[in-house]
Design a protein. Structure first.
Length: 134
């Protein structure tokens, strides 16, 4: 992989994390206009979406999106089966119940990309939500 492709992938990881944190209310208002170092409402909140630092042999995914492990993909062609398989393996490595692949949609905003899971994972999510009263 060239450095240019790595940079694109890293940028997509940041974009997804920032978008999710904004939507989940983890960032301060107007965080983009100020110092990014103080973007968090609570920097110690375990619900903050963060880019994972890889440690050891077992990959734990690109993003920690509790209770998910997120695997980000910004590629020209899609291999959804591979992405989902990788996300689910990394969720297991991270000790989390769900894996999701965040796939960049070509020439579209971050929020218009795709969050892809297996039907098995989707069923487990629906079950967990119903047990929680939804």
């Amino acid at each position: 992989m060239t450095n240019r492709n790595k940079a694109k992938g890293t940028a997509f990881e940041r974009e997804v994390a920032d978008y999710l944190n904004e939507q989940l209310g983890q960032y301060r208002e107007l965080w983009k206009g100020g110092d990014r170092a103080v973007r968090w409402k609570d920097p110690t909140d375990r619900d903050n979406v963060r880019r994972n630092v890889q440690e050891g042999a077992a990959d734990i995914g690109d993003l920690a999106v509790r209770p998910f492990t997120g695997e980000c993909k910004a590629e020209k062609s899609f291999d959804l089966a591979s992405y989902v398989r990788q996300a689910e393996a990394e969720a297991k490595n991270a000790g989390l119940p769900f894996g999701v692949a965040y796939v960049k949609r070509p020439r579209a905003k971050t929020e218009d990309g795709y969050a892809v899971t297996s039907i098995r994972t989707h069923a487990a999510i629906v079950k967990a939500l119903r047990e929680a009263g939804y």
